[in-house]
Design a protein around this ligand. Structure first.
Ligand SMILES: [Ca+2]
Length: 359
């Protein structure tokens, strides 16, 4: 998933924060005993160096409790894949200056065909989605929006060998800690019984209908159809339950919308609405939001929500293309979508797409 996109979109400083937040707060003797792989210089084209690196990763995996059987399965015949490194290097950096228009981004990603595909998926699996919604408290429309945005309902899941991609990206070294950790997480998936042949996905290591990374799969994937296997590649029930569990785990509040469109009066004074606090994560995303106010206060300022939202709900005002080009009141649940991928355009697109599917 998505964590990769965060990384793609993030500033170097945000990456440092991401790395820090992923570091355990307390070190144990076992942690200290883990080999220091960072001491190996980054290389890109040496099969010998790659093979030597894999042995260091195997040692770290062993230290983290991965079985020798899974290590052998994952490393067997593994070769360096220069293509994924080239794809990674071709990622655009952050564009200086004004951000591109939101609505052109939205129309590029969500069209009538994708909305109809979402409605068709819902018609086919609605009974399962209703059960998942009851169990996790996450609206079905959000599940279909994520599924459709991430993989077009399973049509675009990627055909890269995950072990080869993750090992190559780790070896290349620019984001070694991230990709090495994900590679070891993939080995732990093997320990949990995921067959090697199923481990196929995007060049950057995300996989299945919801495009989870291995660490995310380990943390939140669920078996939705009761066969004992959380198969987010092939099972629609497992996919819906796993996305719902991701949202629940990230703090989704049942009964609250992600946000609503809002009408803002002409000449509305926005000068007093600038948020002063720096957000702890993805600050570039949050800096574009206003201060938090209950909806009742927004109403008192003349702003009208164009959708169901309680007066007591806390919300920020967000106008992605500036005043007069679409205004939104966003709730804490919008932040949950941001955890899936920390981009305003991503989160707003998913929210609006969900509303379109449910229309
Ligand atoms: Ca299952």
């Amino acid at each position: 998933m998505t964590l990769l996109r965060q990384i793609r979109d993030a500033s170097p400083l945000a990456l440092v924060f991401a790395a820090l937040s992923a570091t355990p707060s307390t070190l144990t003797a076992q942690d200290v005993a883990v080999p220091v792989i960072q001491s190996l210089p980054a290389q890109t084209d040496s099969e010998t160096g790659f093979a030597a690196y894999l042995q260091l990763v195997a040692a770290r995996a062993r230290a983290e409790g991965v079985s020798q059987r899974s290590i052998d399965i994952m490393l067997a015949g593994l070769t360096y894949n220069p293509r994924v490194v080239a794809l990674d290097r071709a990622q655009p950096g952050s564009t200086p200056g004004a951000p591109p228009a939101f609505w052109s981004y939205y129309r590029k990603h969500i069209d009538g065909a994708r909305v109809r595909a979402g409605q068709a998926a819902w018609a086919e699996t609605g009974e399962i989605a209703a059960r998942v919604e009851r169990e996790y408290g996450v609206p079905a429309k959000m599940l279909y929006a994520i599924w459709g945005h991430e993989s077009y309902y399973g049509r675009i899941k990627g055909d890269f060998d995950l072990a080869r991609s993750l090992a190559s990206l780790a070896y290349e070294g620019r984001r070694r800690e991230l990709f090495e950790g994900e590679f070891i997480a993939l080995m732990k998936m093997a320990d949990r019984g995921v067959p090697r042949s199923r481990m196929i996905g995007s060049w950057a290591g995300a996989f299945g209908n919801p495009q989870f990374l291995p660490s995310v799969w380990l943390r939140v994937a669920r078996d939705g159809d009761g066969d004992g296997d959380a198969d987010i590649w092939n099972s629609k029930a497992d996919t819906l339950a796993s996305i719902a569990n991701y949202f629940k785990d990230a703090g989704w509040r049942a009964g609250e919308p992600w946000g609503v469109r809002a009408s803002v009066p002409q000449g509305f004074d926005r000068s007093m609405l600038t948020a002063r606090l720096d957000a702890p994560s993805c600050p570039k995303v949050h800096v574009r939001h206003s201060v938090w106010k209950p909806v009742s206060e927004w109403r008192a300022l003349g702003i009208t929500p164009n959708g169901a939202i309680a007066d007591s709900t806390m919300a920020v005002l967000f106008e992605p293309d500036g005043p007069g080009n679409g205004s939104f009141l966003l709730t804490g649940n919008y932040r949950v979508i941001l955890q899936y991928n920390c981009s305003n355009y991503y989160a707003l697109t998913v929210g609006l797409f969900a509303d379109e599917i449910a229309r």
